[in-house]
Ligand binder design. Structure first.
Ligand code: C5P
Length: 400
C-alpha cells in the first residue's frame, strides 16, 4: 500500500536474532518517504551493530537514557515527542515484561512512558516463551494500554522449534501500520464468515471439511485494524481473535445463515470466507447410530442454502466478497461464480497446490471483479488479508 503522508517513526530494536530484519524494515519506511530514528537496547547491539542502523537511517542511534551528548541533541522526552509512531521490532519477551510493569530505567522504557504516539509491537521469541502465561498476561496488559501487536507469526524458529514466535516479515509489519494509520474503513460495518461448518449426522458424527478459518480470521483482524466495525461469524475452529471484533460462534450452515441474515441489515460489506457445507443430513438422529455388521449405512443429504448468493440478491447495493477453492480451471470457475453469486469480488485459490491453502499459514490467490484480475503472490495469510482489505477499501464504488 502506498504511503499517504510521511510520519516520524521511532524504530526500537531489542535483543532477538530477528534484529537483522530491522534493517530491511527501516529501509522500507525510508523508501516510502517516512523519517526514521533508531533506538537500540544493549542486547539488540549484540545482534546487529548500531553502525549498520546508523548508516541505513542516516541518524545516530539512540542507546542510553543518561547520555550527555544525546541529552543535548535528543533526550528521551524530545524523542518521545518527536515520534508519531513507535515501532518495537523485534520486541523480546524481556521488553514486553518490562513495558508491562512500566519500567523507566532504560531509554526504551522511559520513551514509551513519555510518549503519546501509537505504539506497535512485533514480538519475536521462542514459541514456548510466547505461549507462557506470564508473557500472555503481559501482552494482555499492553493491549489494554492500546498498544497494537503485529504477529508473531508461525514457522521454523532459529532454535529449531516450529510454532508462533517468529517476528512477522517486514512487509507485513509495514503494511499493517499503514493500514492501521490510514483507517480507510472507519465507520464501515463488516461481516466476515470463517472456518468450516459442521452438519451433525448423530450426536457424535458430523460432515465437515478441512477449513482452518485462518484466512477469515486474518481478514477480520485486518478489517478491524483498518477502522471497520467487524463481526466475525465463525464455524468450529480453534483460533482466537482480538477483543475489538464481535465474534459469534456457530456450528451448522443453517446457523451461519441465520446469523448472517440478521446482521447484514446494518452492514456495508459481507466477506464470505467460510467453507460452508453444501449439504446436510435430512435426518439428524437423536441417538448414536448403531453399527450394523451386515448392512451399509445410507445417509440422505439435502442442499444447504447458499448464504452469500442469497444475501447478495436480497441486498444488491451492499458489497460482497466471496472465496472459491478450485482444483482446475481456476479462472473460468471463479468468473462464473462471481456472476452467479452476485459478488463484487471473488478470491480464488488453487487447492491442488500442497504448500498453500486450507491449513497452511500461506496462500497464493487471484482476485476477480467484473473488470479486473489481480494475482497476489504467495504470502502469509495475514499479508494477503491486508492486501484484500486494501482492495475493498479503495474500490471506487465504495468510497463515497
Ligand atoms: O460454490 P462455492 O462453495 O465454491 O462458493 C464459495 C463461496 O460461497 C464462499 O464465499 C462461501 O463462503 C460461499 N458459500 C455460501 N454458502 C454456501 C456455500 C458457499 O455462502 N452454502
Amino acid at each position: 500500500m502506498e504511503n499517504t503522508q510521511s510520519s516520524n517513526i521511532l524504530l526500537c530494536i531489542t535483543g532477538s536474532i530477528a534484529a537483522y530484519k530491522s534493517a530491511d524494515l527501516a529501509r522500507l519506511f525510508i523508501k516510502n518517504g517516512h523519517n526514521i530514528r533508531i533506538l537500540m537496547t544493549d542486547s539488540a547491539c549484540e545482534f546487529i551493530t548500531p553502525l549498520t542502523m546508523q548508516a541505513i537511517s542516516g541518524n545516530s542511534v539512540h542507546r542510553n537514557l543518561l547520555d550527555e551528548s544525546a541529552e543535548q541533541a535528543m533526550g528521551h522526552i524530545e524523542l518521545a515527542k518527536w515520534a508519531d509512531i513507535i515501532l518495537i521490532a523485534p520486541c523480546s519477551a524481556e521488553t514486553i515484561s518490562r513495558l508491562s510493569s512500566g519500567r523507566a530505567d532504560d531509554l526504551l522504557g522511559a520513551v514509551i512512558l513519555a510518549s503519546k504516539a501509537q505504539i506497535y509491537i512485533a514480538p519475536a521469541m521462542n514459541m514456548n516463551m510466547w505461549a507462557n502465561i506470564a508473557t500472555q498476561n503481559n501482552v494482555e496488559s499492553l493491549r489494554h494500554r492500546a498498544m497494537i501487536f503485529i504477529g508473531p507469526s508461525k514457522g521454523e524458529q532459529a532454535c529449531g522449534d516450529n510454532g508462533y514466535g517468529r517476528m512477522s516479515e517486514p512487509e507485513e509489519i509495514y503494511e499493517t501500520i499503514q493500514m492501521s494509520e490510514n483507517k480507510l474503513l472507519n465507520g464501515k460495518k463488516i461481516i466476515v464468515t470463517a472456518g468450516p461448518t459442521r452438519e451433525q449426522i448423530d450426536p457424535v458424527r458430523f460432515i465437515s471439511n478441512n477449513s482452518s478459518g485462518k484466512m477469515g480470521f486474518a481478514l477480520a483482524e485486518a478489517a478491524s485494524k483498518s477502522g471497520a466495525d467487524v463481526t466475525l461469524i465463525a464455524g468450529p475452529v480453534s483460533l482466537e481473535c482480538s477483543d475489538q471484533i464481535l465474534r459469534i460462534d456457530v456450528n451448522t450452515a443453517a446457523e451461519m445463515y441465520s446469523e448472517s441474515k440478521k446482521l447484514i441489515v446494518d452492514a456495508d460489506i459481507f466477506i464470505g470466507c467460510a467453507a460452508v457445507a453444501d449439504y446436510s443430513p435430512i435426518i439428524q438422529n437423536q441417538n448414536k447410530i448403531k453399527k450394523s455388521s451386515s448392512k451399509d449405512l445410507q445417509i440422505s443429504l439435502k442442499k444447504n442454502i447458499d448464504i452469500i448468493s442469497s444475501l447478495s440478491k436480497e441486498y444488491p447495493h451492499k458489497k460482497f466478497m466471496g472465496f472459491c477453492a478450485e482444483t482446475e480451471n481456476v479462472e473460468e470457475h471463479a468468473k462464473i461464480k462471481l456472476v452467479e453469486k452476485g459478488l463484487d469480488f471473488i478470491v480464488a485459490n488453487d487447492v491442488s497446490k500442497k504448500d498453500i491453502g486450507f491449513d497452511s499459514d500461506f496462500n497464493e490467490i487471484s482476485v476477480f471483479t467484473k473488470e479486473s484480475h489481480t494475482h497476489l503472490q504467495k504470502a502469509s495469510k495475514n499479508l494477503l488479508a491486508i492486501q484484500l482489505i486494501n482492495m475493498l477499501s479503495k474500490d471506487n464504488q465504495f468510497i463515497h
